[in-house]
Design a protein. Structure first.
Length: 239
């Protein structure tokens, strides 16, 4: 039997991983649960781990994996996943019988593997030259794709998003869209020349592209200098 705070934290982690493909930070968990310190989050995570609901993965930044959900939360998650299945408008190639490991933290869901374009590399650090050509294709679980629209994959280069659980060499799955909400991890095109993977925030008339690594400064740019190319919806890691 879980306490109210344990259920609240598990629900927050599950929803953030479904949205971003990576777990929230301890600071984000603390703020979401309105706790005064991160020590309370550590105690809640330990309790959830002891009860078999989550698993901490060793030697990785804020790496959590959801093992199971309470029955009521699982039903709600299944209903949400059903709503997020791709709708008519973009029909990816279906690869019958093709399989790939789900992103860290994803709950197993039966879904066809889908073929999406691999567009090359994206910088998680200093922006690199914009990506414009399909290098090849990669298969991903259909459950990783969110809603209607086109999706594509990019290989991450750099370590500026490491505290968001995104490492150098990871492959991120991006839903193509021109807008973003504050806090979304996006592919941003800077001055039509450079592409980068960062958290997006609108601050007055400026756009802040924020790293998840204290070694990197937040970039403040005019609205007309930044174009959102898509939002992170999944992550694939090879070991």
């Amino acid at each position: 039997m879980l306490t109210h705070k344990q259920l609240e934290l598990l629900d927050f982690i599950q929803k953030r991983m479904a949205r971003d493909g990576v777990p929230p930070s301890f600071d984000e968990m603390k703020d979401a649960l309105d706790l005064r310190s991160k020590s309370g989050i550590h105690r809640l995570i330990t309790a959830l781990e002891e009860r078999g609901f989550i698993r901490r993965l060793a030697h990785r930044a804020r790496a959590l994996e959801i093992v199971k959900l309470p029955e009521s939360m699982e039903r709600a998650a299944e209903a949400e996943r059903a709503l997020l299945q791709p709708q008519p408008g973009f029909t990816p190639t279906v690869i019958p019988g093709s399989r790939i490991d789900p992103p860290r933290g994803a709950m197993p869901v039966a879904a066809a593997a889908l073929d999406i374009p691999m567009m090359g590399r994206i910088a998680a650090g200093v922006p690199i030259e914009a990506i414009a050509e399909v290098a090849h294709h990669v298969t991903v679980p259909g459950s990783m794709l969110s809603g209607q629209g086109e999706h594509y994959a990019l290989e991450v280069k750099g370590d500026s998003m490491i505290e968001a659980g995104i490492n150098d060499g990871d492959i991120v799955v991006i839903r193509s869209q021109p807008t973003a909400e504050n806090g979304d991890i996006v592919v941003a095109l800077v001055e039509d020349l450079e592409a980068t993977l960062k958290r997006y925030y609108r601050r007055g008339g400026m756009i802040a592209l924020e790293a998840a690594n204290p070694a990197y400064e937040t970039r403040l740019l005019r609205d007309d200098q930044v174009k959102v190319q898509g939002r992170l919806v999944g992550l694939i890691r090879s070991y």
